[in-house]
Write a protein of this length. Structure first.
Length: 299
């Protein structure tokens, strides 16, 4: 067992779990935050890509590059919607809904890739759906205005585009993880540039900038480096288990540092969602998530 790789992956997942806490202290909206995150990640991962010499051994394929560009659009929208969800609801609730992405991958696989939808998968999907309703509150589903204000739509969109990212990345096999992520974050800079309001960066405190740069260099740059460097040495099942460190840390920080305390129904909803996800990954053994899929399960 590679203890060093286990420690690296655990640390990366724990740091990922703190991104929501950092986000609420940056003082800038989602679009501007993702823009800075893309810049920091491009600089850091691009530098690592050059230092490790990976750029010399890349296998460039036109079709894969086009898919990577599309994947970049998906992952940037995923980040924007997730951070907008953090603005409207608690981190715990947003992260719980965000982690529905594997369920959406299962559904889309059945709809568009003609993959078989099993009874177990249907049960898991229904369980997660019920969990989502409990988290938001059944009363919010009765009023359209309350439902729209809940942030549920943003969190759901983030999960959907996360699923699109995972499905698209499954078709990219030749590019290294560094090249894939470098292209994605570069795409983010380009598509977000026209929408960024640079005046929002005026008047930010030193603390704000520390949190902003932290989400870029730590949560995107350094953590991606640890993540990609570790998963190559670990089994798929071990990676799948350690990935759950991310939402656990996010929920604990939300409760301990931001004074969030879920109601009885919300706690039940969180348990149902993660129970459904766990059931999806582990019970149908023939459908376990391969390592190429798991490596994209990061915010």
């Amino acid at each position: 067992m590679n203890i060093s790789a286990i420690i690296k992956l655990t640390v990366s997942m724990a740091l990922f779990g703190s991104i929501g806490f950092f986000t609420v202290h940056t003082g800038v909206p989602a679009t501007e935050l993702v823009f800075i995150r893309c810049i920091c990640a491009t600089l850091f991962l691009g530098g690592m890509w050059l230092i490790t010499g990976g750029h010399k051994t890349e296998i460039w394929d036109k079709k894969e590059i086009l898919r990577t560009l599309l994947c970049g659009v998906f992952i940037v929208l995923n980040w924007v919607f997730l951070f907008k969800a953090f603005e409207e609801m608690s981190i715990s609730i947003a992260i719980s809904i965000y982690n529905l992405a594997p369920i959406f991958v299962l559904i889309f696989g059945a709809l568009f890739l003609k993959e078989k939808m099993t009874i177990q998968a249907l049960l898991a999907t229904l369980t997660c759906f019920i969990g989502s309703m409990l988290i938001i509150g059944l009363n919010n589903f009765m009023s359209l205005s309350e439902f729209m204000k809940s942030g549920f739509i943003w969190a759901l969109l983030s999960a959907l585009f996360y699923a699109f990212t995972m499905l698209t990345s499954k078709t990219i096999t030749n590019l290294s993880s560094y090249a894939l992520t470098y292209i994605q974050t570069t795409v983010g800079i380009i598509i977000l540039l026209p929408f960024v309001n640079f005046s929002l960066f005026e008047g930010l405190t030193t603390t704000n900038w520390l949190y902003i740069l932290g989400t870029g260099f730590i949560h995107t740059g350094f953590v991606y480096y640890l993540f990609f460097d570790s998963i190559r040495s670990l089994s798929t099942i071990l990676v799948s288990v350690l990935v759950f460190v991310d939402p656990v840390v996010a929920i604990l920080l939300d409760m301990l540092l931001l004074d969030f305390m879920p109601s009885f129904m919300q706690t039940g909803g969180i348990v149902l969602i993660f129970g459904g996800i766990f059931y999806t990954i582990y019970v149908p053994k023939k459908k376990r998530v391969p390592q190429t899929d798991v490596k994209e399960i990061i915010p």
